[in-house]
Design a protein around this ligand. Sequence first.
Ligand code: ATP
Ligand code: MG
Length: 251
Amino acid sequence: MSRIIGILNYKGGTGKTTTVVNLAAGLALNGARVLCVDLDAQGSMATHLGVDYTYSLSQLLLGQVRPQACVVQARENLDLVASDRSLLRAEGKLWRIGDEDVIRQTLRNKMRSLDGDYDYVILDFSPSVSLLSESGLLYIRELIVPVSVSYMGLVGLRQVVETLQTFRQVSESRVRLYLIVPTFYSAGVKQDREVMTILKRHFTDKVTGPIRENVRIAESPSYHQSIYEYSPNSTGAADYARLVERVLQDG
Ligand SMILES: Nc1ncnc2c1ncn2[C@@H]1O[C@H](COP(=O)(O)OP(=O)(O)OP(=O)(O)O)[C@@H](O)[C@H]1O
Ligand SMILES: [Mg+2]
């Protein structure tokens, strides 16, 4: 059975895409078969991994080509369903179906013919609340929330937790909050340490070790590389490798 994991935070720039890339790449390096799906019209996944593609999530959702045609290989063991700005138009077209429940189930239904081939399917959510992000929530089973260690980061986390509770009440979703990943952490900054303490007090063992602020992580997208390719000896590579270990162990 594949594990279907979403990386979500409605706050922008908390390290979602970075976490998808480096979690997925790390799992793939460990021999797991991984499929990433980019739910964000910014299209950062394909850019970060340096992948060319013909068909994207837009064609998959609209049923314009067979789902397999929308998958490209990004690395050994690592495939991608990419996104780009065409996703905005595709969402608009989906809206014309009218029935919101049918629209919400489109992603899950289309993914069914793909996900059986993988050990992990990992979704990169956009920072906005939309019908597409609800489709993603309906599809995933486990949620990972990257939280930037700041006051606003905690506010963002509260939004996610509240949205999740409401969503579970009004839908048939079985998604559970799996992990909270503190990001942009600097041990020398008092507020960062305090936020870690607060997170651990409230969410105990759901909180992973922090991903430290690391310039190598920030540089890696412009080289179209994961952190293990770009700077395998960096603190960023060590921190993400630890997250990969945790996810593998919980499997
Ligand atoms: N631990 C880190 N140290 C330094 N820079 C980081 C770290 N994590 C992410 N970054 C950088 O911060 C920026 C935002 O990260 P990222 O794109 O992963 O966030 P996001 O949550 O996906 O953003 P969005 O909400 O726009 O989708 C990127 O430039 C990324 O390279
Ligand atoms: Mg992103």
